[in-house]
Every structure is written in structure tokens, then in C-alpha cells.
Design a protein around this ligand. Structure first.
Ligand SMILES: Nc1ncnc2c1ncn2[C@@H]1O[C@H](COP(=O)(O)OP(=O)(O)OP(=O)(O)O)[C@@H](O)[C@H]1O
Ligand SMILES: [Mg+2]
Length: 239
């Protein structure tokens, strides 16, 4: 029996807007992730990386195609059921962090577990452990407005790692970090992957993509075939 992929995208396309204003953000995306596999997604600005991640994470419904989490077609679910799968199975790092301003760092990090009905004590312990994994335990009591961009990013990563969920989707998680902190985050992410999670890492930087098991390149919403494209080096070096 073939094991069920933790995450599968098949024929995914996404169009924003309608008529002449329509933007084709993604086209014919097929991806399969195995447990214990980290996939890096690279590509120029506007190539569809964040759209791909939002669809993979059930945050957006694509115009076409299927998205399966553990064999379940999440597009066919109603929004409440989709939200439950998202909370239980998917840790998501937003490109713009999306921390809740009225909650402290540790309260932000424990949010997914709180929403899923964990006991306050268990949620707090897991959130502190997740902050510690990204070397941000000392930020626990601070509020987002008291944190630098990089510190907010660390809290956002802790929130994605909390509770050791099966899928981790990270949109430029090292974008605001210096190289030492970026490495620390990659160590924590890699540790979760090696423990059996599946992950997608969107990054502009080849040195972070090097932590992944494989890399796909997006251009104009399509996965570029590495073997036939001479301009991969060009994609890698563009901001
Ligand atoms: N909500 C939206 N409404 C309309 N157009 C959108 C929306 N989200 C994304 N787009 C468009 O879809 C395309 C892909 O955007 P996306 O944000 O996925 O790119 P990206 O690769 O993540 O870029 P970056 O590297 O700058 O983060 C772009 O042309 C963008 O303008
Ligand atoms: Mg993006």
C-alpha cells in the first residue's frame, strides 16, 4: 500500500480578479511531500510563492486543482472543518508574521494549541519550549510592538513549531533575521522535519534552500523544470 502523502497539490491554479484585471498567480502546480521531507520553493518576487503556500495551508481556495492533507481533500471541506485541519496539522509562518498585537509572545505562540482545546498549562509549556527552540525564550512576556521585526519573526516561527504538527509551511521565515539567527531557525525547522514533519520553505536565499531535501523554482506561477532551464542561476541571484 502506498503511504498517504501528508501534503499533495494536484493541478493547482489560482487566478486573482476577473476579466481584464485577472492575474494568473499559479498554473498547473503538482507537488507531493513525504513525511520527513523539506521542500524549498524559490523564485522571483511575484512568481506565486506566497500564493502556493497559502493554498497548501488551506488559507486560500484555489481556482482549480486539489489540495490533500493526509489524503483528505481540504477544498471539499467547509471552512470550519478546514480551519480545524489547519490548526491541528499545519504550522504556518506568514511572510508578514501576523502576530496578534494584544497578546504577548508566549500567548501568540500558544494560540494554535489554545484554539485546539489544549489545557492552558500544556499550551503554555509547549509555547515556551517552542520559543526556546528558536532561542527566543527571553521574549516570552513581551508584546509584538515591543519587538523588532526579527524578534517578531522568531515568535511567528515558534507559533508554527508549537505542538509538533505534521506540516510546517514557512514563508520567508529568515527574511528579517541575521545569518546566525537564520541558521538557528533552520536548525529548529530541520529538527522538526527530521522528527517526521513535512515542510515547505519559501526563500530567496540559496544558503537556506540548501537545508531542504529538494528545491523547486517558480516563475510566473509555474514550476520551472530545472533540467531544461538555463536561467536558474539568474533566479537564485535576484532579490
Ligand atoms: N490577493 C491578491 N489579489 C490580487 N492579486 C494577488 C493577490 N495575491 C497575490 N496576487 C498576485 O499574484 C502574483 C503572485 O503573488 P505572490 O504573493 O504569490 O508572489 P511571491 O512569489 O510570494 O512574491 P514575493 O517574493 O514578493 O513575496 C503577483 O502578481 C501578485 O500581485
Ligand atoms: Mg511572497
Amino acid at each position: 500500500m502506498t503511504p498517504v502523502a501528508p501534503l499533495r497539490l494536484a493541478g493547482v491554479g489560482q487566478e486573482y480578479g476577473t476579466g481584464r484585471a485577472a492575474v494568473r498567480a499559479l498554473d498547473g502546480i503538482d507537488l507531493d511531500l513525504r513525511p520527513g521531507e523539506l521542500l524549498a520553493v524559490m523564485g522571483p518576487s511575484g512568481s506565486g510563492k506566497s500564493s502556493l503556500l497559502a493554498i497548501a495551508g488551506g488559507l486560500e481556495v484555489p481556482t482549480e486543482g486539489r489540495v490533500e492533507v493526509d489524503g483528505v481533500d481540504i477544498i471539499a471541506l467547509d471552512p470550519a472543518e478546514r480551519a480545524t485541519i489547519r490548526r491541528r496539522s499545519i504550522g504556518y509562518v506568514f511572510q508578514n508574521y501576523n502576530l496578534i498585537p494584544s497578546l504577548s509572545a508566549v500567548e501568540n505562540a500558544e494560540m494554535p494549541l489554545q484554539l485546539d482545546g489544549a489545557s492552558p498549562r500544556a499550551a503554555r509549556a509547549a509555547a515556551l519550549a517552542a520559543l526556546d527552540e528558536v532561542h527566543a525564550a527571553d521574549l516570552a512576556g513581551r508584546f509584538p510592538e515591543e519587538l523588532s521585526g526579527g524578534q517578531q519573526q522568531l515568535v511567528a516561527i515558534a507559533r508554527a513549531l508549537v505542538g509538533r504538527r505534521a506540516i510546517i509551511l514557512a514563508d520567508e521565515p529568515t527574511g528579517a533575521l541575521d545569518s546566525v539567527t537564520g541558521e538557528q531557525v533552520m536548525i529548529a525547522l530541520r529538527d522538526h522535519i527530521d522528527a517526521g514533519a513535512a515542510g515547505i520553505l519559501v526563500t530567496h536565499e540559496a544558503r537556506f534552500a540548501a537545508w531542504a531535501d529538494r528545491t523547486v523554482f517558480l516563475r510566473d506561477g509555474r514550476i520551472v523544470d530545472r533540467s531544461r532551464d538555463d536561467s536558474i542561476a539568474d533566479l537564485l541571484t535576484r532579490p
